[in-house]
Design a binder for this molecule. Structure first.
Ligand code: NAP
Length: 349
């Protein structure tokens, strides 16, 4: 018997991607979808790719936490930060499991959340219960959780890139620099001049330098890896592509740390973790090889001339960085295999 699943925010990019993935999922059945603007429409009216499928006639409704909790085993919240916290609390109080794709429950410290996001956390009492949904780090806790905070897209690529070396003490926790580039779907589907075709295509620019909101999330998790507080430089760029994140992280090597030891450390850390692919020496990740999949590809370069480790990681921001990871978390919460229903073949070309 399939689990009944709800999706709040079906018209956004992550909602669209969740719909694509859930259409092929054998054990999760999408039974409730919401949008305030498109309520009353059948799903195929806004997503013609659903014509002729079992989801085509599903009617979009307005979000109603009590109704969703009564009719769903698990609900995905694919809504902006600040709007998820109340819904998550109501759904959870009424017995539904929740995977929140927003940032509302990712930061363990309420003050850090409020200072970076500029909103009051009205449900901070739930923060200790919420589990950070990065399966490579927290699968056991996710399996017991009723509220999972799905990681941000940039943090997923950054944390997976540096965690093993930091935890093993093979790099310094000082002066880390993370340089990330994302496709435009990372900004969401709402209209804005900055994401118009003519503003994004045929150019490449940095944005939000030194103040991107994903900075404290990366510092939080990498601080846990290092066993101490971390301050790092995290800087972001907008690529003229639809989906994909390429992250390049730079770290000072610990005295004596060499290429072989570092590679062995990453191989050990990611052994049995099928959604992280450590690429062979000499091969570097590209966004196209992970497009539409749940993979994070990692390439390692040790530079003895500058005493640096350079880690390059690639993910699809909508799949591994949001909806694919959300489905992996739902699978784990419901006792299904983590991999069930997740796309493995990259979208070509
Ligand atoms: N885009 C990415 O690559 C990415 C990656 C990781 C995480 N995320 C996070 O995932 C969440 C969704 O992102 P997105 O890119 O899909 O956003 P989006 O394209 O802007 O879509 C937002 C969705 O939420 C609904 N919504 C907005 N305000 C709402 C409210 N007050 N109550 C109920 N529904 C509301 C919208 O529909 P209506 O307005 O019609 O209700 C829409 O369906 C965000 O928190 C984002 O930070 C995004």
């Amino acid at each position: 018997m399939a689990y009944r699943v709800g999706l709040v925010g079906v018209t956004g990019y992550t909602g669209m991607e969740l719909t694509r993935i859930l259409l092929g999922h054998p054990d999760l059945r999408l039974t409730q979808v919401t949008s305030r603007k498109e309520a009353g429409q059948p799903l195929q009216k806004i997503y013609p790719f659903l014509q002729g499928t079992e989801l085509g006639e599903l009617e979009i409704t307005v979000p109603d936490s009590a109704f969703l909790a009564a009719n769903c085993d698990l609900v995905f919240l694919a809504v902006p930060h600040g709007t998820a916290m109340e819904m998550a609390a109501e759904l959870r109080d009424k017995g539904a499991r929740v995977v929140d794709l927003s940032a509302d429950f990712r930061l363990r410290d309420r003050e850090v959340y409020e200072s970076w996001y500029g909103v009051t956390h009205t449900r901070a009492g739930l923060l200790p219960e919420a589990v950070y949904g990065l399966p490579e780090l927290y699968a056991d806790r996710i399996a017991q959780a009723s509220l999972v905070a799905n990681p941000g897209c940039y943090p997923t690529s950054s944390i997976l890139a540096l965690y093993p070396a930091l935890q093993a003490g093979l790099i310094s926790a000082e002066d880390l620099v993370i340089d990330s580039k994302s496709g435009t779907s990372g900004a969401g589907r709402k209209a804005g001049v900055g994401t118009l075709f003519c503003e994004v295509s045929d150019t490449f620019r940095a944005y939000n330098l030194t103040k991107h909101r994903h900075t404290p999330e990366i510092e939080q998790e990498l601080g846990l890896a290092a066993g101490r507080d971390i301050r790092l430089s995290f800087n972001t760029h907008l690529l003229p592509i639809n989906r994909g994140i390429l992250t390049t992280a730079y770290a000072k090597l610990a005295p004596g740390a060499g290429a072989d030891e570092i590679r062995a450390c990453y191989e050990r850390f990611y052994a049995g973790k099928r959604w992280v692919r450590l690429l062979p020496a000499g091969t570097l990740p590209e966004t196209r090889w992970v497009r539409g999949t749940n993979f994070c590809d990692i390439g390692l370069i040790t530079d003895p001339r500058t005493d640096r480790l350079i880690v390059v990681s690639a993910i699809d921001n909508l799949c591994r960085g949001a909806s694919g990871q959300a489905v992996a978390n739902a699978n784990i919460m419901l006792g299904l295999g983590e991999d069930v229903g997740l796309p493995r073949a990259a979208l070509m070309p």
